[in-house]
Ligand binder design. Structure first.
Ligand code: C5P
Length: 222
């Protein structure tokens, strides 16, 4: 087989985004950032003032939702219903709302359906929380990226600082832990490791080292 489905799951800040983009580039695959899809739904929920328990409204919203990813040299654009929302979906407010929106079964069903359609032909790297367990349980390659909460908080903090945000390291670590807890505790598709996933702890590894380990595994499966 040549065009594989590669699943990358793990908690926030473990390096999923960076590594799935790098891996997709290396193999010339499409990179699907499923977190950005849930973030996009959350942004629209916020903008339209939809109540989280209004399943009908959530269903309507997801039904008409068009999400596209545009890859640039070293960045990626997320286009929702024709609008570039790349920056808006990354604010702390939207991050917090996303974990709540992602707990809705209606929203998950709609997103999983879109993800399966986008990935059906293979030649894709999907990153998220439930790719290897729910979306593509038969994916040829599954990774589970891990790192300590302190290290993940530190990475997020530096990212936000670089963007000029006024943030505090301890608070950022607390937020990372809160989001982990919400992602693991929810009833529908909680964050869990697939039994057949290759687990990589990136706490003490550089991006290049992790990428190297991952691409070696992908090449063996091709
Ligand atoms: O990966 P990212 O931090 O962008 O994901 C944002 C949120 O979206 C996560 O905290 C999680 O609640 C949700 N999510 C999910 N399932 C996925 C991807 C993301 O529930 N496959």
């Amino acid at each position: 087989k040549e065009k594989l489905i590669i699943a990358i799951d793990g908690p926030s800040g473990a390096g999923k985004s960076t590594l799935s983009k790098a891996l997709a580039k290396q193999f010339d695959y499409l990179n699907i950032d499923t977190g950005a899809m849930y973030r996009s739904v959350a942004l629209l929920v916020q903008q339209q003032g939809i109540a989280l328990d209004d399943e009908g409204a959530l269903q309507e919203l997801c039904k008409d939702l068009s999400i596209r990813f545009i890859r640039h040299q070293d960045s990626e654009q997320v286009i929702v219903n024709g609008v570039d929302v790349s920056a808006q979906i990354r604010t702390p407010e939207v991050s917090l709302l996303t974990a709540k929106v992602a707990a809705s079964q209606v929203v998950r069903e709609a997103m999983v359906k879109q993800q399966r359609e986008m990935g059906a032909e293979g030649g894709v790297v999907l990153e998220g929380r439930d790719i290897g367990t729910v979306v593509f349980p038969d994916a040829e390659v599954k990774f589970f990226l891990q790192a300590t909460a302190e290290e993940r908080g530190r990475r997020r903090y530096e990212e936000l600082m670089a963007k000029g945000s006024d943030v505090n390291l301890e608070q950022t670590i607390i937020e990372v832990k809160a989001r982990d807890a919400a992602d693991m505790a929810r009833t529908h598709a909680p964050l869990t490791q697939a039994e057949d996933a290759v687990v990589i702890d990136s706490t003490r590894l550089s991006i290049a080292e992790v990428l190297d380990e991952m691409s070696t595994i992908v090449r063996k499966k091709q």
